[in-house]
Design a protein around this ligand. Structure first.
Ligand SMILES: Cc1ncc(COP(=O)(O)O)c(C=O)c1O
Length: 484
């Protein structure tokens, strides 16, 4: 139960108790405190250089354990929001992480929210092993420019006017073909809806669901806080369901209006939704009328086994399929696509028109050309190879230097979960990494509030795609030094 109290500013700092929605019952006071402090720094209420109350003082003001405050401070120091110096206490960092990082690490949100994404945040660290972004240095600039030149040169003048909310017809057709071929999606161009990133795709989906009367969204107990926040903002209460070696526990969906899943490669744990759970999920959807939302954020990057096809192929009338260019190309492209059941095309079109009329036409034309010319496939193939090598190097380095650590979730994607050697805590590892200029995310920062047991063992999530090639060797060396 959220507990709030109106009070004067804490310790002379412009931070009020009513800002801290401390969920004592859930035993997640530390996470709530971290989030409140992070937001206060992000929004500028706590200015760079400002000295925070001593942990003892803040703990007394809040009526919580001093250790809880100390651990929250340590985590925020590790993330770069706060700075601690012997003798001078804890201050707001001079160059705190950027607001957009909240999508990703902020319980994460992917302060990737995903990492939501490194801007200034990444610069606070020399080496970034947080998940959420591909190697931005490998963005195919030349091919993208060539595609833009060709597509924009050939486009009729009316292409530059206001467009169809669902997207450009060239791109919807190109994507329908690509998704059928590469991901096994049952896609007709008329069912493809273009969005500005999965973030918008999810917001639209929640809007459509809420309009149909849904009030809850089952979410995997580990995932992006940003995604849970988006659902809540659109009026859907996120209900965490357990995730085990077979993926999300479909039996726990209950009477949720919809379920948000990462079936090909659970984020961040990396497991695949088991075949029997896929069938069970489809049965659940057919029985309850609930919708399955398939976040296929990294489906192209599978290394060890044959590609795991899209869940959508099993039941196109019960699944909303979502893909994004954020991993295959870059988040800056800011394009994502949905393939929706036929009866939802109308509601999605209306919701998208209300939201922003349509996504950028010039970018859509460019992506359409990039796809049809084969440049997209070539780029994905090259990237898959490069990321596979990085993954292998990560696994080999850890096996050599930290044999007590186990690496999981590596058959696909751009992130791995590294279970810590006995005796190490996520906080101590994150802080030790930060002192080496290395950014990484503790697994617990991805856990949903009120998530059901069992909790995963202490682990860190390593995004091995993020550092540029020249920095990868040192990033790995700093990681192994941190863990030994
Ligand atoms: C689980 C998950 N879904 C989706 C996305 C892509 O989101 P967007 O398209 O908004 O960049 C990411 C990127 O980090 C992700 O980790």
């Amino acid at each position: 139960m959220a507990e709030t109290r109106a009070n004067p500013p804490l310790g002379g700092v412009d931070l009020h108790l009513e800002d801290l929605h401390l969920d004592r019952a859930g035993g997640r006071v530390r996470a709530a405190l971290e989030r409140a402090l992070r937001e206060a720094v992000q929004t500028g209420r706590l200015r760079p250089g400002l000295r925070l109350p001593a942990s003892r003082t803040l703990a007394a003001d809040l009526g919580i354990a001093r250790n809880t405050v100390a651990e929250a401070y340590a985590q925020l120091v590790a993330e770069g929001w706060l700075a601690a110096r012997q003798g001078s206490g804890t201050r707001v960092a001079d160059r705190p992480a950027s607001p957009d990082r909240v999508g990703r690490t902020d319980r994460p949100t992917g302060a990737a929210g995903d990492r939501s994404g490194p801007g200034p945040a990444a610069r606070a660290f020399r080496y970034d092993l947080r998940p959420g972004q591909p190697d931005l240095a490998s963005f195919p600039r030349t091919g993208w420019l060539a595609a833009a030149r060709k597509a924009l040169g050939a486009a009729p003048a009316d292409a530059f006017g206001y467009g169809d909310p669902c997207g450009r017809p060239e791109l919807r057709a190109a994507l329908a073909g690509y998704l059928a071929r590469a991901r096994g999606v049952r896609a007709e161009p008329e069912r493809v809806i273009m969005c500005t990133g999965f973030t918008q795709a999810l917001a639209l989906t929640c809007r459509v669901l809420a309009d149909r009367g849904a009030t809850t969204l089952a979410v995997e107990s580990y995932g992006h806080q940003l995604h849970r926040d988006i659902a809540a903002t659109q009026g859907l209460r996120p209900v965490p369901v357990p995730v085990d070696g077979g993926g999300a526990d479909v039996a726990a969906f209950g009477r949720a209006g919809a379920a948000l899943l990462t079936p090909a490669h659970q984020f961040p744990l990396g497991v695949t939704l088991a075949a029997e759970r896929r069938t069970a999920a489809v049965r659940w959807a057919a029985r309850t009328g609930g919708l399955l939302v398939e976040d296929d954020y990294d489906g192209e990057f599978r290394y060890d086994r044959h590609a795991v096809g899209a869940l959508q192929a099993l039941a196109p009338e019960h699944v909303v399929y979502a893909g994004t260019a954020s991993k295959t190309l870059a988040p800056g492209v800011h394009l994502a696509w949905l393939v929706v059941p036929a009866d939802l095309v109308g509601p999605y079109t209306a919701a998208k028109r209300l939201l922003d009329r349509h996504s950028s036409t010039t970018d859509q034309l460019t992506l359409a050309e990039f796809l049809t010319s084969g440049a997209y496939d070539r780029h994905v193939r090259r990237s898959r190879l490069a990321y596979r090598r990085r993954r292998d190097r990560l696994v080999a380095a850890l096996a050599r230097a930290v044999p007590a650590a186990t690496v999981t979730g590596i058959s696909a994607g751009l992130q791995a979960v590294v279970t810590l050697p006995p005796g190490r805590t996520e906080l101590s590892v994150a802080a030790a990494a930060a002192s080496r200029g290395l950014a990484l995310d503790a697994l617990s920062t991805y856990q949903a509030d009120g998530a059901p047991a069992p909790e995963a063992p202490p682990s860190v999530v390593i995004g091995y795609a993020t550092p540029p090639t020249h920095a990868y060797t040192t990033a790995l060396a700093r990681l192994t030094a941190t863990l030994t």
